[in-house]
Write a protein that binds this ligand. Structure first.
Ligand SMILES: N[C@@H](CCC[C@H](N)C(=O)O)C(=O)O
Length: 295
């Protein structure tokens, strides 16, 4: 009879960020880690842990039941976890950082790289370091959908704004404001109504428009709090700004976030390409539980 037993192991990790949206990367090619929500919270804690907005567990699709169930031909799966321990379906900056990690660590060659997520498979592009935008990584984000509900409202303190619901593989409520300071202290969650619009929570973007193709935003991420950048959020903001306009050819947008600048190309068919900095800044080991079979 075989038993699944857990033992403590010294697990390698890397720390990286995309426009200061920061992540702990746990390479787990054979899917051995038993990563609990409590482990994630502990590792992401900025005082008692390594500190991050989330965790990217890099696992080979063939080794992971969740990834294999998606029936993808991609080699790698991004198991994304928010800092509160919840699982996330999509993360634009996370994908760019994971792609940078896979290339920098020699697990994949530079160039096009397909990675599976809970929201489907996404193509990334990691240039060689000698290319023009050295550290910048691109991800094809797919086409946003705007399925409603169409009467969402976001409130902070006494202020209320109408919001646009955008799905980028994860849910966003986008609010246009005159001044980003109106969002106040975004460490507490804005109130979103109707209360049942997002039973699993929502990420809220507060957006100002410098010019029609140059936006700035602050974000409160579901499962995290205020972060310095959000890739799906930047795309959601562009989608909301574009809503109802007619697209011809590819248009280019710049989105400024507290942690840096992201660039978004919107193709005529509405699909989006997200580009920006993605860096690995540290490596180490951390003690975690892994599964093994005995008997
Ligand atoms: N930072 C991410 C989005 C992460 C997921 C979000 N917290 C959720 O729960 O959906 C990005 O860069 O897109």
């Amino acid at each position: 009879m075989t038993h699944r037993i857990e033992r403590r192991i010294a697990q390698p990790f890397a720390k990286g960020h995309g426009a200061k949206n920061d992540f702990i990367i746990l390479p787990d090619p054979d899917s051995r880690l038993a990563l609990s929500a409590a482990d994630v919270v502990r590792l992401c804690d900025r005082r008692a842990g390594i500190g991050a907005d989330g965790i990217l567990r890099a696992v080979r699709c063939a080794a992971d039941s969740e990834a294999a169930a998606a029936g993808t031909s991609a080699e790698w799966f991004m198991d994304y976890r928010n800092a509160d321990g919840s699982k996330g379906a999509m993360c634009g900056n996370g994908l760019r950082v994971l792609a940078r990690y896979l290339v920098d660590s020699g697990l994949c060659p530079p160039g096009p790289l397909t990675i599976a997520t809970r929201a489907g498979t996404r193509q990334t592009y990691v240039p060689t370091r000698s290319d023009e935008f050295e550290g910048d990584v691109t991800v094809l984000m797919g086409r946003p959908s705007m399925p409603g509900p169409d009467t969402i409202e976001v409130a902070i303190a006494q202020r209320r704004w109408p919001a646009v619901h955008v799905d980028m593989g994860n849910p966003h409520a986008v609010v246009f404001v005159d001044d980003l300071a109106h969002a106040g202290d975004l460490h507490t969650s804005p109130t979103v109504t109707p209360a049942d619009a997002y039973p699993a929570g929502v990420t809220v973007e507060f957006v100002t428009t410098h010019t029609p193709r140059h936006l700035a935003l602050r974000v409160h991420e579901r499962g995290v709090g205020e972060t310095r950048a959000c890739g799906t959020g930047a795309c959601a903001a562009v989608a909301a700004a574009l809503h109802g306009t007619q697209q011809t050819g590819t248009t280019y947008y710049t989105v400024d976030l507290p942690g840096g600048r992201l660039r978004i190309a919107v193709r005529a068919d509405g699909t989006m390409e997200l580009n920006g900095p993605a860096e690995i800044v540290a490596q180490g080991t951390v003690h975690l539980s892994a599964c093994a079979m005995s008997g």
